[in-house]
Design a protein around this ligand. Structure first.
Ligand SMILES: C[S@@+](CC[C@H](N)C(=O)[O-])C[C@H]1O[C@@H](n2cnc3c(N)ncnc32)[C@H](O)[C@@H]1O
Length: 280
């Protein structure tokens, strides 16, 4: 269900990332993204800057996206976000002495998954937009070299592609306890200006996620302990795939915040499965 931009330019403002420009150009082209050699007004531009890989609209509004886990805002969120009792953590199933292995099936810019990794979870990121994947890959690589964040980054692995294809291919070692979904939703809520700006650009890149019912169905079939779906507070629960046997299913419970709701589904076959404590 991807609607990537018809054209995009990869540039280097630093003068020392030419090899990376070539490598990213090759990998985007292989994924059917048209990479322009010269940037035109209105085109998206992926630019290697001194801060990192930045997505911007050339000649458009002065908007850009950089995945920066070391920004003041994000560091504050990591430190003051409520720790293991925050709604996101409770929704995915963190308990004293227990940190689930989480598959973040819709990784996006990686904020939710990075918070879970900061709380001790091993997290597998999966992102199907090659452009969003490139931004996230760059942000994680910088986090891995930052002494404040490297231990967190070491708990994260990143996969490119559609999570529905990844799920059946995961080895025993990577079978997720919890699968976390945060698909695109055409929200009209008044979010912070920064989030709105980033989401506007991400939506222009990936479109709305119209196949989330099938993803939810696949997640329920593969999660060992639970599936969590983040929804805007006013949105109904996701519908399950009409082909699935349990399409009438509703979430088993939900955890709400003023803006969001985390709908939690307990896979039917595992509702009484014991918890296996893992070190963190
Ligand atoms: C709203 S964003 C996720 C934001 C993320 N939770 C964060 O904290 O930054 C949704 C992302 O999920 C990705 N996505 C949607 N369906 C997917 C699928 N089936 N497999 C992999 N990625 C998917 C989209 O490309 C988009 O980047």
């Amino acid at each position: 269900m991807q609607t990537p931009p018809t054209s995009l330019c990869v540039t280097d403002k630093t003068g020392c990332h030419q090899a990376e420009v070539e490598s990213l150009t090759t990998s985007l082209s292989a994924q059917r993204i048209t990479v322009l050699r010269a940037v035109r007004a209105g085109d998206f531009e992926l630019c290697f800057s001194h801060k990192g890989l930045v997505l911007q609209e050339n000649g458009g509004r002065a908007e850009s996206i950089l995945v920066d886990f070391a920004s003041d805002t994000f560091l504050y969120r990591l430190q003051k976000g409520g720790g293991r009792r925050q709604p996101l953590a409770r929704a995915v199933g963190l308990q004293p002495g227990y940190s689930p292995l989480v598959l973040d099936a819709t990784a996006g810019l990686g904020r939710d998954g990075f918070i879970l990794a900061s709380l001790g979870c091993r997290v597998i990121f999966c992102e199907r937009s090659p452009i969003v994947h490139a931004l996230l890959h760059d942000g994680l690589a910088r986090a891995a070299t930052d002494p404040r964040l490297s231990a967190i980054a070491s708990r994260i692995s990143l996969y490119a592609g559609d999570c529905r294809a990844l799920l059946p291919a995961l080895s025993e070692e990577f079978q997720p306890d919890t699968i976390y979904l945060d698909p695109m939703y055409p929200s009209r809520s008044k979010k912070s200006a920064l989030i709105k700006k980033e989401m506007r650009m991400i939506r222009a890149l990936v479109g709305d996620d119209h196949d989330t019912s099938a993803l939810l169905q696949a997640a329920i079939e593969h999660a060992a302990k639970r599936v969590v779906c983040k929804r805007p507070i006013q949105a109904p629960p996701l519908e399950l795939s009409p082909q699935g046997s349990d399409r009438e299913r509703q979430p088993d419970f939900a955890i709400t915040t003023p803006k969001h709701r985390f709908d939690v589904y307990l896979p039917l076959s595992n509702k009484s499965a014991p918890l296996h404590p893992v070190a963190h």
